[in-house]
Design a protein around this ligand. Structure first.
Ligand code: HEC
Ligand code: HEC
Length: 274
């Protein structure tokens, strides 16, 4: 059969939006911008213990909850879930049996993951080494929503490329920059009124507290693309100081040039906030 020009263009357009789910994409996402290990990988003597990657740990303890990120290697209970059940847990925050996943997993952002990306992550999780570890069960002394949005039937996603639109997809559903950089109201981050304004507090293992900064043009307006790229990938500021290790620099370091360009375009297009 000969391909007509129309068919070829259609195939190209489809190719731009839908890649097939792949282990390669899943590896890039989980070890890169999605950096699931920032919460799910236990600490060793010097930072995250990559020999027990994704085997679970206590993530946050405060007066409202003790959040424990479960073991999501094939050594954890996810081994008994179907691919669809695992995808639903990641994208909608609902486990088999309808138990909701609590904070601080950024469910309201993961809700907008594309079909291919969530299935690529599932492919990857099935392939990581199984680690035997039971980090325990979270306790929430606070109400949690019944769902983080409507059920997702299908989501073709945003075409990849160095565009503001794809940058928004990176800053939200993929890397959840916005979850850490948007101040919290009583019902979660104030995405509508304070998107990117910073001010979220993080307690460090040594007990000190670090505050996320404003990443809208109000603060980054005078920072060059090269300086932003370096801070995001390495945590080194223009004056040579190091940012506190709250961001998963190990994940952002491997982002493709196009993805970083898209992300920076998007940050520059954010409405300035104070
Ligand atoms: C900010 C921290 C954080 C990040 C980032 C995070 N998670 Fe989680 N995750 C958690 C916590 C905490 C829970 C458990 C919450 C609860 O007990 O309700 C959880 C639960 C889960 C569960 C349910 C597992 C089970 O056994 O119930 C899955 C699956 C999961 N996460 C996958 C992922 C994947 C895949 C990524 C990366 C794309 C990711 N998480 C990123 C904190 C995080
Ligand atoms: C887990 C929470 C978290 C995530 C995820 C996160 N950040 Fe941050 N970010 C912080 C905190 C906290 C600081 C401040 C650290 C400090 O002052 O030492 C910071 C600092 C920064 C800075 C330094 C700005 C300056 O002028 O000093 C930039 C730029 C930045 N983040 C951009 C991003 C981008 C882009 C992403 C997503 C790719 C991201 N962050 C994801 C918590 C986070």
């Amino acid at each position: 059969m000969r391909l007509t020009l129309g068919m070829a263009l259609l195939a190209l357009a489809a190719g731009g939006v839908r890649a097939e789910p792949s282990l390669e994409r899943g590896t890039y996402l989980v070890e890169g911008p999605m950096a699931c290990g920032n919460c799910h990988t236990p600490f060793g003597e010097a930072g995250l213990d990559m020999t027990r990657a994704l085997a679970g740990r206590v993530v946050e303890q405060n007066d409202r909850f003790t959040a424990i990120a479960p073991n999501i290697t094939p050594g954890g209970r996810v081994a008994d879930w179907s691919d669809e059940e695992l995808a639903r847990a990641i994208r909608e925050g609902i486990r088999p049996g309808d138990a909701i996943i609590g904070p601080p997993m950024p469910m309201e952002l993961y809700h907008d993951l594309s079909d291919d990306d969530v299935m690529s992550v599932v492919l990857y999780l099935r392939r990581v080494p199984a680690v035997e570890n039971d980090p325990g069960q979270s306790v929430y002394a606070m109400p949690r929503p019944a769902a983080y949005g409507p059920p997702v039937a299908s989501n073709p996603g945003v075409p990849q490329g160095a565009t503001v639109e794809y940058g928004a997809y990176i800053a939200g559903p993929l890397a959840h920059c916005l979850a850490c950089h948007t101040p919290l109201g009583p019902d979660g981050p104030l995405y509508d009124t304070k998107l990117g304004a910073g001010g979220v507090l993080f307690e460090m293992p040594d007990g000190s507290v670090v505050r996320s900064v404003n990443i809208t043009p109000t603060r980054i307006g005078d920072t060059s693309d090269e300086e932003l790229d370096r801070m995001i990938r390495t945590g080194v500021k223009p004056d040579g100081h190091h940012l506190a290790p709250v961001m998963p620099f190990w994940g952002y370091a491997g982002m493709t040039e196009d993805d970083m360009a898209a992300l920076i375009l998007y940050l520059r297009a954010l409405p300035p906030r104070f």
